[in-house]
Design a protein around this ligand. Structure first.
Ligand SMILES: *Cc1c(COP(=O)(O)O)cnc(C)c1O
Length: 375
């Protein structure tokens, strides 16, 4: 399967690093690929970024059959561009597809698509440390008919957004409300998939928490509302008596790639790690004993984000980050790998070679499509 390239006639200038924010600007190109029952996956292409025409009956708009991913490409000091843990994100995208009854895209085609898109939009990868080109693969149902059923046709696309730091406050510790009424995910539900419904389910709780002055919520298990699961859209870690503790995966928790990176580094550094249920009662006891040393969230957008307060049962558990915190060690080590400052002995880095130029020349003549068809 060859990926065709149609270059945008115009290119937008990259905004200043400090103005980037998160998900506000988009690179000049996007990747598209279509699926239908007769042809399977077909017509993979990099084309100018553009809007879609949607039929109002489009299945995604009504029943939410959609998945996404989030990963980043980084510009190194030597000018090269490198993607972090691309294969792990592809594998998770395919697992989300399976859960949402969507056809699995070929992992090798997606891997090539990431590299080609990032190469074509190489100038949109910002250079300053802390910035990145965020990649957002998405798959949507494209059948236009009402009635709940899996679609017969799909569109897979990847858009790219130059991003600064995720939080406007930078790495300021966040105030977190422990959420005891609403639930994000239930056993047997969609919690393990990166699908829109999970975020829709989370909006009201986050809105109410914000109106009360908190930054986000700590999600508890939906059944007993006693066990910590995730913080906002991040995985959660605790340092309890010098042990790194995180809730176990089990269907309701997103299997975060940053979570996996943190666990891998901790194991290499000889830090005891436990993946086990963490009850709020245990956290309160540890807080009172002085053994709740650190709380932080992990995710691609913010990497590692410190929690400064857990508000639970009308009580603010405030966490003072210790000097030489594990949180800071993880943040520094993961960032250093992402920006090529220390060797990548894990195989987490995919260099983006300059492939698009020859590629585009070769294919442009063979492709009458202006790239906007079928989307
Ligand atoms: C994406 C996501 C995470 C973090 O996953 P990463 O692979 O580390 O980016 C954690 N929790 C939820 C709910 C998520 O959507």
């Amino acid at each position: 399967m060859t990926i065709s390239v149609v270059r945008s006639p115009q290119t937008k200038p990259l905004p200043d690093s400090k103005d980037l924010g998160f998900g506000r600007y988009f690179a000049d190109h996007m990747f598209l690929m279509n699926y239908d029952e007769q042809n399977g996956w077909h017509d993979p292409r990099v084309v100018p970024y553009h809007s879609f025409n949607m039929d109002p009956a489009n299945l995604t708009l009504h029943y939410g059959q959609t998945i996404f991913e989030g990963l980043k490409a980084f510009r190194w000091q030597d000018g090269s561009v490198n993607i972090f843990r691309a294969k792990d994100h592809i594998e998770r995208f395919r697992r989300s597809a399976e859960r949402l009854c969507m056809p699995l895209p070929d992992a090798d085609v997606l891997f090539e698509a990431f590299k080609l898109l990032v190469d074509v939009d190489r100038n949109s990868v910002p250079a300053q440390r802390g910035t990145a080109l965020y990649l957002r693969p998405t798959m949507i149902a494209t059948d236009d008919a009402l009635g709940v059923r899996p679609s017969g046709s799909y569109l897979l696309y990847i858009i790219a957004s130059p991003v600064g730091s995720y939080y406007t406050k930078g790495l300021a510790p966040t105030r977190i409300l422990v959420e005891e009424r609403f639930s994000r995910a239930t056993i047997g539900g969609l919690g393990e998939a990166k699908t829109g419904a999970n975020y829709a389910a989370s909006l009201l709780a986050a809105k109410e928490a914000k109106s009360r002055g908190f930054d986000q919520v700590l999600w508890l298990d939906a059944k007993t509302h006693s066990l910590a699961e995730e913080v906002g859209t991040m995985n959660i870690f605790f340092v309890l008596n010098n042990v790194l503790v995180t809730p176990p995966l089990g269907g309701t928790i997103l299997d975060g790639i940053t979570r996996r990176s943190v666990i891998a580094l901790a194991e290499e550094w000889g830090i005891p790690v436990e993946e086990r249920p963490v009850a709020m009662s245990e956290l309160v006891t540890a807080y009172d004993n002085g053994t709740l040393q650190e709380v932080f969230g992990s995710g691609t957008a913010a990497v590692i984000s410190p929690v400064g307060e857990l508000f639970y049962h009308d009580r603010a558990l405030t966490i003072e980050e210790p000097a030489n915190s594990l949180r800071e060690r993880f943040y520094n080590a993961i960032s250093a790998i992402q920006y090529g400052e220390i060797p990548d002995y894990h195989g987490w880095i995919t260099p983006v070679p300059a492939i698009a130029n020859g590629h585009a020349k070769e294919l442009e003549t063979a492709l009458p499509d202006d790239g906007t068809a079928q989307a």
